[in-house]
Structure formats: C-alpha cells, structure tokens
Design a protein around this ligand. Structure first.
Ligand SMILES: Cc1cc2nc3c(=O)[nH]c(=O)nc-3n(C[C@H](O)[C@H](O)[C@H](O)COP(=O)(O)OP(=O)(O)OC[C@H]3O[C@@H](n4cnc5c(N)ncnc54)[C@H](O)[C@@H]3O)c2cc1C
Ligand code: FES
Length: 372
C-alpha cells in the first residue's frame, strides 16, 4: 500500500505527529496483539510510528561535494522538537542487516515547531557508515535516531564577539550555529563573528557559497578561508595575526585533532578557558596490544586488536551495550572493568580493575573482562 495515497497513512501520520502516546491503552493493545507488539503492526502502515525508538525518514539527499551529502530527516513520533545549534544527532542506518550508529552535527537551525533535522556527512577513507550514506542512502530511507545532545553549542545569550575555527567537515556544527544566528537576526542583532575555516582546496569547501552570501548579508560575519593546498596549514601564531583581537573572543573549534590540540595549547598558554572544541575522530594508533575481551554475564568473548574499541568488539558478537556519541563525550557507555587493563584512545590513559571505563574510546591492553 502506498503510504502517500492511503487515507489511513495520512491519519496515522497526523496522529504520530501530534498525539502523545496513551501508555495504558498502548499496554492494553500490546496484550491484545501478543506475541507481536502494536509497533510491529503500526510500522507496516507508517514506518515512523514507533513507541520503542525514535525514527526518522530521509526526505531529501542533497549533494554538497563528490564525497559529501546533506540528509534532511523528518523525525517521527517522540522526537525532540528543539535542540541547541551546534549539537549532534545520533543516527542508526541499516547496513548489511545491522543497525550501524554514528553521530552527526546538526547543520539545520532549530525551529519552534517539529521541524526537520539536517546533517551533512563526508565520506571518510574506509569509513563504514559515511561511505554507505554518501553512496547509497536515498529519500524514503528510514533511520533510527537518538535525541540531539552535546555541550558544543552557543550559550544564551550569545556573546557579542566570538570566533569559530573549523577545518574540513568540522564546519558542520558551525554551520548550524551560523544558520541559527542568521535566522534569529530578525529579532536580535547578529553578533560580531570571525570565522577561520581551512579546506584543502576551494572545491572541498562545504557550504562555501552560503558562507560568502552570509558575509554579504550579515555585516557582523567575517570569513577567513584558508586553502591549505596553496597556503599550507594555518598555525596558532598566524591565526593570532589574522584575528588581532582573538583574546577577546570566546572560541568554538571543530576539525582534525592536530589543529584542536594546537589551539588548546595556544589558549592554555594564554590562560584562556573559553575555548570549546568538538572532536569527530580519535587517533586509533595508541600502541595498545589488544587481547581477548569477555563481556561479563553474557559469556561472549571476542579477540580484538589494539585499534578496535571494546564497544565495537561487543557489537561484532551481538552484545548490546549502551552508547550515545561514540566519541567519549556523553558518558552513556560507561561500564565497570572487572579484570585486565584498557587504554583510552583520546589521551593514552590506562585503566585497571574496578575502574569505570568508556567502552566507545577504550581498547584492550591484554585480556579484559567487563562487569556487565
Ligand atoms: C559529536 C560528533 C559529531 C560529528 N559530526 C559529523 C558531521 O557533521 N559530519 C561528518 O561527516 N562526520 C561527523 N562526525 C563523525 C562521524 O560520527 C563518523 O565518525 C564518521 O562519519 C566516520 O564514520 P564511518 O562509519 O564512516 O567510519 P568508521 O568505520 O567508524 O571508521 C572511521 C575511521 O577509523 C578507521 N577505523 C575504524 N575501525 C578501525 C579499526 N578497528 N582499526 C583501525 N582503524 C579503524 C577507519 O578506517 C576510518 O578511517 C561526528 C562525530 C562526532 C563524535
Ligand atoms: S558513547 Fe558517549 S562517551 Fe561513550
């Protein structure tokens, strides 16, 4: 049955959009439909209607570059209508029969209604989900969602002066913040924003035309585009020359680890505590040996190398563990370590028995047992 042609589909769509779930009735219906659940039937008619998980439908796919696309996602029942510009969204996509989860920064500006989410995904070399999304995801694809989250967002009220430093796909959360400030500029003044953005080539620059247009329409916004293939990477000292009043600007930065580490050091050396960073990736080369990981009472074990995280290893043998950002940000994945040692990929810190570890950024240092 085509959902767009079906009156019932339209009715369910409206219900899913507006009506809070009557929990008692839902429980009663679940008893009637046992052993299947109400969701199992309703999903057949309207795939976005689920009370068990957040779902979304990809309603459009816009190509931003050869290796990058923007997905516009219409959220289903229960989705958080508002979020802070700069936050990320957890997205699960079915790849070869398995739901594969990653985080993506919201590039859309929040709206007051239910709205739609947009994220921009750049294919990473050998990256599982990013290549799948950029290569194959089409409008109509149903995805699973986690509510928007993260501390990388502008405070309220927005400071009068600020700076963004971004590189490559690290422009995505900045884009969400800029679009939001642009949208709000009818009601409040667009702040004094300096944006230092690095790209390898001009063709690689995501949203370049939109950033240039913003510079024309918002006098408060200044873009410094650094093309690294022509001018080399910008270092912290050059950045200070480019933005002479950088010390007066709270700064939000997102890009490769090396750039963020250098900025961190530069701000730290000046006693600054107003640098906020978002990291998309960790360096997996932490010199860990790997080992056999035992997932507590599940009894499952897996042999892992020193670059595969404890979370990924568990998923590969069907152990469902809690997770959120998958990048050491949200603490959702924390579990106690029963035996053995692990290394944190972000900073090389080792953890031993009795400590609580973040499985999404921890790799095995020899044999390990989790307390699950
Ligand atoms: C808060 C947040 C926001 C983000 N926002 C964006 C965004 O807006 N846009 C965007 O494009 N990305 C964003 N990311 C990154 C995104 O979540 C994914 O990490 C990215 O798309 C890569 O996923 P993947 O499945 O393609 O790669 P993966 O398969 O996870 O691999 C990533 C890299 O690690 C390597 N790797 C994987 N497993 C191993 C292993 N066992 N041993 C050695 N190397 C390995 C791969 O070769 C690859 O280079 C964000 C991340 C976070 C945490
Ligand atoms: S999943 Fe967020 S910290 Fe591990």
């Amino acid at each position: 049955m085509s959902e767009s042609k079906s009156g019932l589909g339209r009715i369910l769509r409206a219900a899913a959009a507006r009506v809070p779930e009557p929990r008692t009735a839902h429980r009663f219906l679940n008893r009637l439909t046992h052993p299947l659940r109400v969701d199992d039937y309703s999903s057949l008619v309207y795939p976005l209607w689920s009370s068990r998980e957040l779902r979304g439908e990809v309603v459009s796919v816009r190509r931003e570059a050869d290796d990058a696309v923007t997905l516009v996602i219409k959220p289903g029942w229960g989705a958080t209508p508002t979020y802070r510009p700069g936050q990320y969204l957890g997205i699960g996509v079915l790849v070869d029969g398995r739901w594969t989860w990653r985080s993506y920064s919201l590039t859309s500006a929040p709206t007051s209604g239910r709205g739609e989410y947009s994220v921009t995904v750049k294919a990473m070399p050998e990256g599982l989900l990013s290549n799948h999304i950029v290569g194959t995801v089409e409008p109509g694809t149903i995805v699973r969602l986690q509510a928007p989250a993260g501390d990388f967002h502008l405070p309220s009220p927005t400071p009068d002066k600020l700076m963004f430093v971004s590189a490559g796909s690290g422009v995505t959360p900045v884009m969400g913040m800029l679009r939001s400030m642009d949208r709000r500029s009818g009601q409040e003044r667009f702040p004094d924003v300096v944006h230092v953005h690095s790209v390898r080539t001009r063709e690689d620059a995501l949203f370049y035309d939109e950033l240039l247009a913003l510079e024309r329409t918002q006098p408060g916004y200044t873009l410094h585009l650094r093309v690294t293939a022509e001018e080399g990477r910008i270092n912290a000292a050059q950045m200070s020359e480019l933005v002479p009043d950088w010390s007066e600007r709270p700064t939000w930065a997102c890009g490769p680890s090396a750039m963020l580490d250098e900025l961190d050091e530069h701000f730290g050396a000046s006693g600054r505590e107003d640098l906020y960073v978002e990291r998309f990736t960790v360096n997996r080369d932490a010199g860990a040996s790997g080992g056999t990981v035992t997932y507590g009472s599940t009894g499952k074990t897996v042999e892992l190398d020193g670059a595969t995280t404890i979370l990924e290893g568990g998923e590969s043998v069907g152990v469902q563990m809690p997770f959120g950002c998958r990048m050491g940000i949200c603490q959702t994945c924390v579990v106690p370590l029963e035996d053995g040692h692990v290394r944190d990929l972000r900073n090389g810190t080792d953890h031993g028995p009795g400590e609580r570890i973040q499985t999404c950024v921890s790799v095995a240092l020899g044999d390990v047992e989790l307390n699950l």
